[in-house]
Design a protein around this ligand. Structure first.
Ligand code: CP
Length: 312
């Protein structure tokens, strides 16, 4: 097996072979998801715990669907109903869940690095479903799958990521993975939302919206992550929308077949107009569809992995 790590935490060290393997596996699961009966016994008898300390619609639901379609028993725990409310630590919570013989624990947490810390200290397979502003690796894989299915390739494509890059784990995971796949990545957003040390990413920075969109094969729009800011880093949403929003008039400057993507949730009328979000160019619901197949792929190869030590 190309992917033989205990956990799935980051895209940073994924090789092109591992990314290809994940996407190929997910293509098979896409086919299963289109059948009338969508259940297979790959993970029958296995137990998957979804442990979410932040809100989620797409990621939590698709991990649950993915696990159930693979025949596993899936339990969802959210921070509001867990004993973390009574002061229990994340490590103690995970160790207690591990003691119940769980096979895979999927974790979303607001602290960057928290999921890797847990993974390095328990034997159970751990999947990062988003840690603070650090990484969201399965989102990146489903974005790559969506692009590959529509464009037929990844290498050489121009991708522009627009918005609150500084607070976006989706941007980070995508930058690492897309560069590994030979894609050209450009960023654009308010200067206050471009991360300090952006040079480390070795990507281009656009000066204005026209430059950001004009050569793009794919545009990924990001929402403003208010929950990760001490105070709002822009004067107003109206001004933000005017300068950084993707509207029909901005789309006139882009390639006619440009793909418009967004990890969700969308703030309609802020970073993305409803007309563009619901247009022929939008691949947003394709991303959601592919999220189930990617998560089936990740859960199944981790469950089959014999590696009980090394994380990625
Ligand atoms: N893309 C994403 O992570 O969406 P949710 O927050 O709804 O899971």
């Amino acid at each position: 097996m190309v992917y033989d790590k205990k956990d799935f935490i980051s895209t940073k060290e994924l090789t092109i072979e591992q990314i290809d393997y994940i996407l190929t596996q997910a293509m098979t699961f896409r086919e299963i998801n289109q059948r009338e009966v969508k259940k297979i016994p790959t993970l029958k008898g296995r137990t998957i715990i979804n442990l979410f300390f932040e809100p989620s619609t797409r990621t939590r639901t698709s991990f649950e669907i993915a696990g159930k379609r693979l025949g596993a028993d899936v339990i969802n725990i959210s921070s509001s109903t867990s004993s973390t409310q009574k002061g229990e630590t994340l490590m103690d919570t995970v160790r207690n869940i591990q003691a119940m013989a769980s096979d895979i624990i999927v974790i979303r947490h607001s602290f960057s690095g928290s999921v890797k810390f847990v993974a390095d200290n328990v034997e159970t397979h751990i999947v990062n479903a988003g840690d603070g502003l650090n990484e969201h690796p399965t989102q990146s894989m489903l974005d790559l799958l969506t692009i590959k299915l529509q464009k037929g390739r990844l290498e050489g494509l121009n991708v522009t990521i627009i918005g609150d890059i500084a607070h976006s784990r989706v941007a980070r995971s995508n930058i690492w993975a897309m560069k590994t796949c030979g894609m050209n990545v450009k960023l654009f957003g308010p200067p206050t939302m471009i991360p300090v040390g952006v040079e480390a990413f070795s990507v281009d920075i656009a000066k204005n919206m026209e430059e950001a969109v004009k050569d793009a094969d794919v545009i990924i729009m990001l929402r403003i992550q208010r929950e990760r800011m001490a105070k709002l880093l822009i004067p107003s949403e109206r001004e933000y929308s005017k300068l950084f929003g993707l509207t029909p008039s901005v789309m006139e400057k882009a390639k006619p077949d440009v793909m418009v993507m967004h990890p969700g949730p969308i703030n309609r009328g802020v970073e993305l107009s409803s007309v563009v979000a619901d247009s022929q160019n939008s691949a947003i619901l394709n991303q959601v569809e592919n999220g189930v197949a990617i998560r089936m792929a990740v859960l199944s190869f981790l469950a089959m992995s014999k590696n009980n030590g090394e994380s990625i």
